[in-house]
Ligand binder design. Structure first.
Ligand SMILES: Cc1cc2nc3c(=O)[nH]c(=O)nc-3n(C[C@H](O)[C@H](O)[C@H](O)COP(=O)(O)OP(=O)(O)OC[C@H]3O[C@@H](n4cnc5c(N)ncnc54)[C@H](O)[C@@H]3O)c2cc1C
Length: 440
């Protein structure tokens, strides 16, 4: 819808835009679902950026409940199934935008189809979880997966008063961080009363006589529960595009160029979770399913579809989340990524505070930084700390974006006052430590 809105704004009546959405909602923030479940967001409508009526007012023919079932490149048509009437039709296009998102991974394990096992990708998923919390009043929850969605849903369940177990097959939660930083997340979650079981693959689910899940079998143990939330990741939703003959890359997403055009197909555009994105630090095509990129992709594609010129230069791998008052952020490469990319590097970890040490709400934060040997170029940063920590990653993201060295970063004129940071900002302290490490 970001592409559709941008294109319509630019081209006006010169473009007829039809948007086909198989679900019952469009233009909403999936990112807000955990906070809706937690109770921070009171009304589901607050998550909807633009209603179908508003899209109609802007001249976009948005058809909810209409699923595209095939893309016919030769005829310039898509095949559509209208869920409401049960009928099908074909519709022609001069330009096609593919924004089919990602598919949540549902493990192929015994009992996974039991009732009470929820994914959280759509507003309907969120509504089902909220309805279950209200009607069944569960006491215990198991969250499968300790990534972004897993930890956010763990927080939501804790704040709803449930006893929460997070099960993850990896050595530590938050595998988008290095394991040593993941360990800090693990320890903090345990302090919050969340039972985190890492290195514990799920083997199956057991349901009671009513068909509702009653335990999760993981790492050889049975964990009794009243509800299960799945957060084990997503893969690009490219089946349609693949079947239509469009190029899919090694990371599993559609291959696009700088202008979000599908490679080799001048009238086909794509963006969001279904495409691959270029990582400017590793110089590799990766799949990074984030709303921040999806919105930018849409804007770029929409501009180009309307005959303008816009590019999406790539990403540096910035992302953040939180579990209760623990903030987690990362940008650039982890140690494992840096090794795969062939970099030689130093890594340092420092402890600091979110505010001046004497200031009342001063809380601890840890910053890890990676810098390339020889050049001193910043390669990545990770932050785990209490309130006021995560957004500091943006300074590192800008430094990465501009290929700065840690020596440059060490001298940057960042703001200081006791309510906001110690006199040496934690990012500057980490950069200084990295410079020392590089000097050996
Ligand atoms: C719980 C949760 C929390 C998140 N938190 C964050 C966050 O904090 N920060 C962040 O940056 N990102 C976050 N994300 C990721 C972000 O929501 C996604 O990256 C973003 O929604 C991707 O946008 P998209 O348009 O590519 O895909 P989607 O928003 O998934 O939209 C794709 C749409 O295509 C429709 N569709 C698919 N196939 C067809 C078809 N054949 N015919 C018709 N319609 C079809 C789907 O029904 C869907 O509505 C979160 C995601 C979730 C689920």
């Amino acid at each position: 819808m970001s592409a559709a809105s941008t294109a319509k704004r630019r081209a006006g009546d010169a473009l007829d835009i039809v948007a086909l959405e198989r679900g019952g909602h469009a233009s909403y923030s999936a990112c807000g679902i955990p906070y809706w479940v937690a109770g921070d967001v009171g009304d589901v409508d607050d998550l909807v950026a633009r209603t179908p009526a508003q899209h109609a007012e802007n001249g976009i023919d948005l058809r909810l409940g209409h699923e595209v079932t095939a893309i016919d490149l030769d005829r310039g048509e898509v095949e559509v199934a209208d869920g409401g009437s049960g009928s099908g039709y074909r519709i022609g296009f001069d330009r096609l935008m593919i924004a089919t998102g990602a598919v949540p991974i549902r493990p192929d394990l015994p009992g996974v189809d039991a009732q009470g096992i929820f994914g959280v990708q759509t507003l309907d998923d969120g509504a089902q979880v909220i309805e279950t919390l209200a009607s069944r009043k569960p006491r215990r929850a198991v969250v499968v997966g300790g990534g972004y969605i897993g930890v956010e849903m763990a927080e939501a369940m804790v704040r709803r008063g449930l006893e929460v177990v997070v099960v993850d097959q990896a050595a530590e939660p938050m595998t988008t961080l290095d394991p040593d930083m993941g360990r800090l997340v693990h320890a903090s979650m345990e302090q919050m009363g969340i039972d985190v079981r890492s290195s514990t693959p799920v083997e199956g689910f057991d349901a009671g006589p009513d068909g509702w899940v009653r335990s999760v079998v993981a790492g050889g143990a049975e964990i009794a529960t009243d509800v299960v939330v799945l957060g084990i990741g997503v893969r690009p939703n490219v089946e349609l595009a693949d079947a239509g003959g469009l190029p899919v890359g090694d990371a599993g997403g559609l291959q696009v160029d700088l202008r979000m055009g599908v490679k080799g197909h001048p009238n086909i555009w794509a963006g969001g979770d279904c495409v691959e994105t270029f990582n400017l630090v590793s110089q590799r095509w990766v799949h990074v399913p984030l709303g921040t990129h999806a919105n930018k992709h849409g804007r770029v594609a929409g501009t180009n579809i309307a005959g303008g010129y816009a590019t999406f230069p790539g990403v540096v791998g910035t992302a953040m989340t939180k579990v209760c008052d623990l903030e987690i952020a990362r940008t650039g490469l982890r140690e494992s990524d840096a090794r795969v990319a062939g970099f030689e590097f130093e890594s340092v970890t420092i402890e600091s505070r979110t505010r001046a040490g004497y200031f009342p709400q001063s809380r601890p934060m840890t910053v890890k930084m990676l810098a390339e040997r020889g050049t001193g170029r910043l390669l990545g940063a990770q932050i785990v700390g209490r309130e006021g920590s995560a957004k500091r990653i943006d300074v590192c993201a800008v430094a990465l974006w501009n290929r700065m060295t840690v020596a440059d970063l060490m001298d940057v004129d960042l703001g200081y006052a006791p309510p906001f940071s110690p006199v040496w900002d934690p990012v500057l302290v980490a950069a200084r430590a990295a410079v020392s490490a590089l000097q050996g």
